[in-house]
Design a protein around this ligand. Structure first.
Ligand code: SF4
Length: 294
């Protein structure tokens, strides 16, 4: 009897595996039970195996025979997510964010801690925000003030938020990496991999309805889709933070939209109209209306 993997499950599994590959997470390949035990306990996945190696990275990572086992193992691990985090015992989102910040500590987990950062820029805003913005990393002003998006790009983001009929205090703002990359360079993959789990935990606590990824770096890290901005923008993605679960089982994840980073818009103001289209899509979803001109 044939046991074909449900196409939606297979697609979700493939996307999730690509996502973990992008983040550099391969641990689920090495987890017990052993190969032989998994083969015995997962006949359906074994029979579904011919569908899986269509992804080049899977073919390169493991022998064909093992991929069937991986399918069973990954299904178990990825969809089960991970152990509860300490913040899940917190009384409210604000307390939970404090616990995550304490967990971060004076972080030295990646090399950005020794490349001239003045301080960690954790995130700012409403801990129960419906709308969350995620940028790339702190710049010089943010590094000095300890708050994301406070420089010129921050002022433009404030204007964008205002144009949506909101105040900065009503949304939550964070970055993929929490320490300033030297010379405002793009954060490197290992830095994003190391830091982004804390962002995922923040998102799981805040439980926004919509996350807006500001720029390609944020989009790539949140979605693990390596595509040009023109392809990433203009639609919603279903987003669930990876590796962590919310303590609210009724939260089914957020919608994620991608738009241009405000710093890019400062360099190329002609794209502001396109960014405004992205924000209008978000406003429609959240039932927001632009304020009437004074
Ligand atoms: S960027 Fe993130 S992981 Fe790296 S040192 Fe700073 S807080 Fe730690």
């Amino acid at each position: 009897m044939s046991h074909a993997l449900d196409p939606n499950l297979r697609r979700a599994l493939g996307e999730r595996m690509r996502y973990y590959h992008e983040l550099g997470i391969y641990d689920f390949y090495r987890r017990e039970p052993s190969i032989s035990e998994s083969v015995e306990s997962a006949p359906a996945a074994v029979e579904a195996e011919p569908q899986m190696p269509s992804q080049p990275e899977l073919r390169e990572e493991m022998p064909i025979r093992k991929s069937a086992v991986v399918a069973a193992d990954v299904e178990e691990n990825i969809f089960e997510v991970s152990a509860p985090k300490p913040e899940q015992r917190a009384a409210d989102p604000s307390a939970a964010l404090k616990i995550i910040r304490e967990d971060l500590g004076d972080c030295t987990r990646c090399k950005l801690h020794k490349q001239g950062r003045k301080q960690i820029v954790f995130g700012v805003g409403n801990s129960s925000a419906e709308l969350m913005f995620v940028g790339e990393g702190p710049g010089a002003d943010e590094d000095t003030q300890g708050e994301p998006f406070v420089g010129r790009a921050g002022q433009l983001l404030n204007n964008m938020i205002k144009a949506m009929g909101l105040r900065r205090e009503e949304v939550y703002i964070a970055n993929v990496v929490k320490c300033r990359p030297p010379g405002n360079r793009t954060p490197e993959r290992d830095e994003c991999d190391t830091c982004s789990p804390f962002l995922m935990r923040q998102i799981a606590v805040i439980k926004p309805k919509v996350v807006v990824a500001l720029g390609a770096v944020a989009a790539k890290n949140l979605l693990a889709i390596n595509a040009p901005m023109a392809e990433l923008r203009g639609r919603f993605y279903d987003f669930m933070p990876a590796g962590v679960r919310s303590n609210d089982p009724s939260w089914q994840g957020a919608k994620l939209a991608v738009t241009y980073h405000p710093a890019f818009l400062l360099r190329d103001p002609r794209q502001k109209g396109e960014a405004w289209k992205d924000l209008q899509m978000v406003m429609k979803h959240l039932g927001l209306r632009a304020p009437k001109p004074a």
